[in-house]
Design a binder for this molecule. Structure first.
Ligand code: PCA
Length: 212
């Protein structure tokens, strides 16, 4: 079973493509006979990890792909590492703006995600979709949820694969020169990534490093 999560709108926006794309992707996977669900997480530091934990308990997934919006990114970003640090650039949806706090007091400095990001990247490109490997999910609620996810999976033991994907803002097809992918493309990208994660074979050794 594939569990996708996305976030509610935040920062004054009225929509968040992460939850819209996650819902579309789960519906499309279900339509092709693959068990999947999408759950919306609050963009609230004090609530998001518990909401994620409850969704994992409820669904008992084999794969968890958490998704968030990264306004500054131009392509779907497969996150590689979650850090044990919160430094909020803007207040969350409860008005809290924690600075330099741990996600999990006493936890390791960082966790690597366990999605096969290189295979996923290759599959995205094969499907005509743009993707990147990213070495930082930031220090806001997305990174917190990514860290909480890996902490939950590590603490429970077992072989559930999990990771985080940042999606760019959706393109406006009506705007000249808008190159950003639309919701449909984001949904396809999430399906490709989730299906790669369901395949238990190890990740590919493909060079996809970056300067930053
Ligand atoms: N993006 C924010 C939090 C919620 C979301 O969709 C982030 O990148 O931390």
């Amino acid at each position: 079973m594939i569990l996708l999560t996305g976030f509610e709108p935040f920062g004054g926006d009225t929509t968040n493509p992460s939850i819209d794309a996650a819902r579309l992707a789960a519906a499309a996977l279900n339509a092709s006979g693959i068990d999947a669900a999408a759950e919306q997480l609050p963009c609230v530091f004090a609530q998001a990890p518990a909401a994620l934990g409850a969704a994992i308990e409820r669904h008992g997934p084999d794969v968890v792909v958490c998704v968030g919006l990264a306004a500054g990114r131009g392509a779907v970003s497969l996150e590689r590492v979650a850090v044990n640090l919160i430094d909020a650039r803007i207040p969350d949806n409860a008005g809290e703006q924690p600075v330099d706090r741990a996600v999990e007091a006493g936890g390791p400095a960082a966790y690597f995600g366990t999605l096969p990001v290189k295979r996923a990247l290759r599959a995205l490109e094969a499907g005509g979709l743009e993707g990147r490997i990213s070495q930082t999910a930031g220090t806001y609620v997305c990174n917190q949820v990514f860290y909480a996810l890996m902490h939950i999976l590590r603490t429970r033991g077992g072989s559930v694969r999990g990771g985080f994907v940042h999606v760019p803002p959706v393109g406006d097809p009506g705007r000249a020169g808008a190159a950003a992918p639309g919701l449909e493309a984001l949904s396809r990208a999430l399906q490709v990534i989730a299906l790669q994660a369901l395949d238990p074979s190890p990740d590919a050794a493909l060079a996809a490093g970056a300067e930053h």
